[in-house]
Design a binder for this molecule. Structure first.
Ligand code: NAP
Length: 283
């Protein structure tokens, strides 16, 4: 079984971006808006700031109290939309109750929507139009698969989970590369049987031990997107590693698999956005 090492690839991507960003007329800039004091969100935002530092990007953080109004947030987004030095705007989710997350995400200019949550960019992703962004988590999974020479074309792909953030865009990216894709969810009958047919199995559910050895085809590529805590409080995914590792051909670890790739792809999107804003050629 080969470990799909997201930590190593993410470090390589960020290093590469740091080298390329040095040659730009100005640093790529990312603005992150954090509302309230959710500790997990704080950790994610700190990680994004450190990633920007590592890549030599400019970053700004707006920490707003949980009681901030929708109007204040919209005014902030409007101001960031107009800034020449800001290439990416990100609202850290989840937001405290009372705020309309959809309206806030929709207010971000599509060409600064580096998370790829705006309907314009989602539409581009689904129709295959250029000019948008690849959403960070599924984009990170694709980059990791490519790094290890795994290509979905002609493969049976099964995605567990149908969220807008992970499951659906993951399925679209696999489909765009000519995989034959099945999306499973909480109402899917015969889940184990469907999973066992997969050459590439991506699990994005959030349930400890959901994917067991008998659900995995011999030699399959298994990608574990989930971030859960086990009974001992240790970080883990959906995959029961003890029974899956002996059967899988490739497996992502948790931590050190998809998580670091998600962070790296945010930097890639911010860099790409800056190239577009600077009128430079994208690779
Ligand atoms: P979500 O919005 O809660 O979606 C979970 C999906 O799993 C839903 O579509 C749900 O089906 C499905 N599901 C629930 N129970 C199931 C079951 N027994 N069998 C099959 N499908 C089932 O979660 P999310 O935001 O997509 O995140 C999924 C996981 O990925 C979480 O653990 C999250 O922490 C993690 N995550 C990791 C990263 C990263 O960077 N590594 C990024 C984002 C998310 P229904 O639609 O029918 O309810």
């Amino acid at each position: 079984m080969i470990t799909l090492d997201g930590k190593a690839l993410a470090a390589k991507i960020k290093n590469d971006l740091a080298c390329k960003a040095k040659d730009l007329p100005r640093r790529p800039g990312l603005a992150v808006i954090l509302v309230g004091d959710d500790p997990a969100s704080r950790t994610y935002v700190n990680g994004k700031r450190r990633d920007c530092e590592a890549c030599g990007f400019y970053s700004e953080e707006y920490t707003m109290p949980a009681g901030v109004s929708q109007e204040e947030l919209l005014a902030l987004i409007d101001q960031l939309n107009g800034r020449e030095d800001i290439d990416g705007i990100l609202v850290q989710l989840p937001l405290p109750g009372g705020l309309d997350a959809t309206a806030l995400l929709d207010a971000i200019r599509p060409d600064k929507d580096v998370d790829c949550f705006h309907p314009v960019n989602v539409g581009r992703l689904y129709t295959g139009q250029k000019g948008g962004f690849v959403p960070c988590t599924p984009g990170g999974v694709m980059a990791l698969l490519h790094e290890y020479g795994v290509h979905p074309a002609g493969k049976t792909c099964v995605v567990l989970g149908r969220s807008n953030i992970v499951g659906k865009p993951m399925a679209m990216l696999l489909l765009a590369e000519n995989g034959t894709v099945t999306i499973c969810h909480s109402r899917t009958p015969d889940l184990a049987q469907k999973c066992a047919a997969a050459d590439i199995l991506v699990s994005a559910v959030g349930k400890v031990g959901l994917v067991t050895g008998e659900m995995v085809k011999e030699g399959a590529v298994v990608v574990d997107v989930a971030m859960n805590r086990d009974a001992q409080g240790k970080l883990c995914g959906d995959v029961d590693v003890a029974s899956v590792a002996p059967r899988a051909g490739y497996l992502t670890p948790v931590p050190g698999g998809v998580g670091p790739m998600t962070r790296a792809m945010l930097m890639v999107n911010t860099y790409r956005s800056s190239l577009r804003r600077l009128g430079l050629e994208e690779e």
